[in-house]
Design a protein around this ligand. Structure first.
Ligand code: NAP
Length: 312
């Protein structure tokens, strides 16, 4: 029986693991893909207090080393669901007899006194017919991972948040031409990021426009965009499209133990408690208005300390 199972080893999950271990309890992180979560793909983090500049990869590795050197374990398993076990055996005394079973996709079962859900969020897809077929053949969700394949080529980035702006800036260093296709003429991303992109000669903004078709035989050759104001449709020849239109949560497997809001985020207040005593939630997968690296780390600390105090 582990003290605390943490589902997800991104910034929220690994911060929670650090705090659990420092509180003298044991943390086991279950991670579906790779430690660090989405931040691992961010070329430069420049807004984490106390660190002027660090790559997402180095930041993630630092978190991982800090957590594991303190004693936390990481297993590469996708947690599918959580079962609450209430032990009614004679002599059991309230919450001390309650524990949780986390069942993974591969069928493994792990037991813990408390669970922190820190699943983050996954890349949102456009939902187009050829999107899946062309993934890895022109369609990408990660400019830092795949940008180098598009050296000297024309590419497009779809989205208006920080990810899209940072992707465009990164790609402008490699590619011949970068189009930013955004559905509005205002950006959700930080003005500093926008200004940096606007200074690039090889970046062209296609605003108030949406991608309505992906064209190509064996790989992406062009995207069709529609201007929302004029209704005009045109093809833009590109060999790459980087989709950066935000994230979606992945919490459906946990709705038996935690309430989800209409968008699928886990409902919890600033103490990170869910409706089930012993189940906590931290980071981007929680209902909140600001999703930043700092807020993920902060949630991890809060959830860990409240979970450790719950265990007693
Ligand atoms: P985001 O901030 O949610 O932005 C998503 C963008 O995609 C928005 O511009 C949105 O348009 C657009 N969009 C959403 N659904 C769409 C659809 N179906 N079709 C076309 N466009 C669509 O996502 P993000 O940029 O991935 O950032 C996620 C969070 O991470 C944010 O809090 C962000 O600040 C943070 N982040 C921070 C850094 C950093 O600080 N270095 C780097 C990356 C990300 P509308 O604006 O019209 O809604």
């Amino acid at each position: 029986m582990t003290d605390v199972i943490i589902i997800g080893a991104g910034p929220a999950g690994l911060s929670a693991a650090i705090y659990v271990e420092r509180a003298g309890k044991h943390a086991l992180c279950l991670e579906e893909k790779m430690v660090g979560g989405q931040i691992v793909n961010t070329p430069e983090i420049a807004n984490y207090p106390g660190i002027k500049m660090v790559s997402g990869f180095d930041f993630s590795m630092g978190l991982y080393e800090q957590a594991t050197e303190l004693g936390a374990e990481v297993e590469y398993e996708r947690a599918d669901r959580i079962e609450e076990i209430l032990n009614d055996a004679e002599g059991s005394d309230g919450d001390s007899s309650r524990y949780f079973k986390v069942i993974t996709q591969s069928g493994k079962e792990y037991e813990a006194k408390a669970v922190i859900i820190a699943t983050g969020a996954k890349n949102r897809h456009l939902g187009m017919t050829k999107e899946e077929e062309f993934t890895g053949k022109g369609i990408s969700y990660c400019a830092t991972c795949d940008g180098a394949f598009f050296k000297k080529k024309d590419v497009a980035v779809n989205g208006g948040g920080n990810t899209a702006l940072e992707d465009a800036l990164f790609l402008s260093n490699y590619c011949n031409k970068v189009y930013i296709i955004h559905r509005r003429d205002e950006f959700r991303g930080e003005p500093k990021n926008l200004e940096a992109v606007q200074k690039k000669d090889n970046v062209e903004f296609i605003l108030n426009s949406t991608v309505i078709d992906l064209k190509g035989e064996k790989s992406l050759e062009a995207v069709t965009v529609k201007d929302k104001i004029t209704g005009e449709e045109k093809d833009i020849p590109v060999s790459g499209l980087f989709i950066a239109i935000g994230q979606e949560p992945d919490n459906q497997g946990f709705k038996n133990v935690a309430d989800l809001d209409p968008a699928g985020y886990v409902a919890a207040d600033e103490s990170c408690r869910t409706k089930t005593p012993g189940i906590f939630v931290a980071g981007d997968c929680r209902t909140k208005s600001v999703r930043q690296l700092t807020t993920a780390a902060s949630d991890g600390a809060v959830a860990a300390l409240v979970a450790c105090s719950y265990i007693g």
